[in-house]
Design a protein around this ligand. Structure first.
Ligand SMILES: [Zn+2]
Length: 141
């Protein structure tokens, strides 16, 4: 029987996982609210819905066009959300670039680019290994 973790990874890379829901999850990690990256005015109504679906929004205050990926690590990134999600998990598991490349099915240079982009934006992509053990011992697990 195949290792179920391998099957889970393959499921994540397939259509079994809703690409749009994963994309929405990624956007929610980038933003607390749908705000213009230039003037911080919050989009409302149809513009807010468009923002959360990855559409282009025109700021009602400064008239700048932006999307939920503007000025985030996701800006211009062509990596499909499933593979990006696996790369993020791989970093959290403390895997090296080559292992993450295999896990996510993306080029090692893209793995390094993703890490650099997220780090530059202040996102923590460090290994969770020690952190999870500390949380478990604090909780008496
Ligand atoms: Zn604006």
């Amino acid at each position: 029987m195949q290792n179920i973790a391998v099957a889970a990874i393959e499921a994540l890379q397939s259509d079994l996982i809703d690409r749009n829901k994963l994309q929405a999850w990624l956007l929610r990690q980038m933003h607390d609210a749908p705000v213009c990256p230039s003037c911080k005015t919050e989009a409302t109504g149809h513009a807010a819905v468009s923002f959360w679906h990855g559409g282009r929004v025109c700021c009602r205050n400064c008239k700048a066009y932006y999307s939920a990926t503007s000025k985030t690590p996701l800006s211009g990134l062509k990596t499909p959300p499933q593979r990006l999600f696996l790369a993020i998990l791989g970093h959290g598991l403390g895997l090296g670039t080559s292992k993450i490349s295999d896990l996510a099915g993306i080029d090692p240079s893209t793995v390094r680019e993703i890490k650099g982009r997220f780090a530059a934006a202040g996102h923590d992509l460090s290994s969770l290994r020690g952190k999870i053990e500390r949380q478990q011992s604090a909780a008496g697990v």
